[in-house]
Design a protein around this ligand. Structure first.
Ligand code: T46
Length: 133
């Protein structure tokens, strides 16, 4: 079974510079309630290391590259994100780890809900108890 889904967003090619757009419930399969981004990640650092109970997300490498490893409690799948016109859809109940950030990498996240620490599972054993059955 595939964990996560890589989607192709539009790429409007223009001699002035290209443009990509993501609209809620059209390009990404959820309402977008929050947008955040990580940047200036030092070489060798990892981000993520948690799962969400209800949140849907779409991750985009708007600049540079990084890898995303997804784990559904049974299997793992790793994606290299290195194109600003691609998005990685992550469903609830998926443990994610982000590694191998290139210099200047920016990870843009479109999220289906507002920030809520209660939605996080930050302990891997707890994650496995719920999703690894
Ligand atoms: C995810 C990956 C890809 C907030 O106050 N509001 C927010 O909207 C977010 C996302 C974070 N925070 C606070 C919570 C922590 O004190 O910022 C701090 C760092 O968050 P965290 O350690 O969760 O960062 P990452 O990069 O490990 O994870 C983030 C998202 O939290 C998470 O949903 O999937 O990016």
């Amino acid at each position: 079974m595939k964990i996560g889904k890589l989607i192709e967003l539009c790429k409007i090619v223009d001699p002035r510079g290209n443009l990509t757009v993501a609209e809620q419930n059209i390009d990404v399969p959820f309402d977008i309630k929050r947008v955040y981004w990580t940047y200036d990640v030092p070489g060798g650092e990892s981000r993520g290391g948690h799962a969400h109970k209800h949140l849907y997300q779409c991750l985009v490498a708007v600049s540079g590259s990084f890898t995303v490893t997804l784990d559904d409690g049974h299997d793992r799948q790793t994606y290299l994100l290195n194109h600003p016109w691609q998005g990685l859809i992550i469903e609830p109940g998926t443990w994610r780890t982000l590694d191998d950030f290139s210099t200047g990498a920016v990870c843009l996240v479109l999220a289906s809900d507002l920030y809520d620490e209660e939605d996080y599972i930050r302990d891997y054993d707890e994650f496995l108890k719920i999703y690894g059955q």
